[in-house]
Design a protein around this ligand. Structure first.
Ligand SMILES: [Zn+2]
Length: 276
């Protein structure tokens, strides 16, 4: 746990210290550090992405299918870094199995602190095993975050729950928030073939309004390309998203019957600066 100084107890929100294989706060709430190095700070068990979803996502991402997005995020973080003089703290809120944080690490100065939070324990375990120089925590993004005030310089929020009040609390003034949402054309060909969840209308506007009290929108960076998928990759792409929970038997059969498909991939990176 390299970022221990950033963490706060989920019960009483005081700082924590490490004692062997546990973390202990000032009021003696204790949390075990898993052998993979992550810590579980969930106050009660919550259902996150399943192991099957996490494994589908890792297989899909490791082939580089979303690398253009990872590259864009690295560029955005590097741009911010040029304005900084010292190492920075990066939080991936909703880090999943760690792919994007692992990529961002490559463009950061040493001694930077990388922290990933996710509600899915299976995802956090996989992330901690793969990226041992980052810190990973099982935590709920929808309640008070297990982090100190004003300690995060860059916050990534990639297809994950958004908590504007808490994101603002944990970020330094003028810190950079990058929210990634699907573009309107995302998976268009796949959507026209299978009955998948629809992308919320006016999502971009909705997200900007959500963050407007605390953040100024600096830029909207689209990432768009076409991707050739084999059958197995189609299944992974569907199963790594919330479609996993909503697929009928009929839709699943239709999905499994697809041999190959070329589909549009489209993301929007919304770049915000925290208001002073
Ligand atoms: Zn405590």
């Amino acid at each position: 746990m390299y970022c221990l100084h950033l963490l706060r107890c989920p019960v009483c929100h005081t700082a924590m210290e490490r004692e062997g294989t546990i973390l202990r706060c000032a009021h003696s709430h204790t949390f075990d550090i898993a052998k993979e190095g992550y810590v579980n700070l969930l106050r009660k068990k919550l259902a996150g992405d399943t192991k099957e979803m996490v494994q589908a996502r890792r297989s899909f991402l490791e082939r580089g299918s979303y690398q253009p997005l990872a590259d864009t995020l690295n560029t955005l973080v590097s741009t911010y870094l040029h304005e900084q003089t010292s190492p920075i703290n990066v939080l991936d809120a909703g880090c999943g199995e760690g792919y994007y944080l692992g990529r961002v690490q490559q463009s950061l100065p040493q001694q930077s602190c990388l922290l990933g939070l996710d509600v899915a324990k299976d995802a956090v375990r996989m992330a901690a095993k793969r990226y041992p120089s980052s810190s990973f925590v099982v935590a709920n993004l929808k309640e008070q975050l297990v982090l100190a005030d004003e300690c995060i310089h860059v916050l990534l929020n990639i297809f994950a729950p958004r908590n504007p009040v808490e994101f603002a609390r944990v970020m330094v003034p003028s810190g950079r928030l990058i929210v990634v949402i699907p573009g309107v054309e995302h998976m268009a060909q796949l959507r026209s073939t299978l009955p998948l969840l629809q992308i919320e209308e006016n999502k971009q506007q909705h997200v900007v309004e959500q963050f407007a009290p605390y953040f100024t929108l600096l830029d909207v960076v689209p990432v768009s390309y076409e991707l050739d998928l084999r059958g197995e990759e189609v299944q992974q792409l569907v199963m790594m998203t919330p479609n996993y929970w909503h697929l009928s038997d009929e839709a699943r059969m239709a999905m499994n019957a697809i041999q190959a498909l070329r589909t549009q991939i489209a993301f929007l990176c919304l770049v915000f600066e925290k208001k002073k």
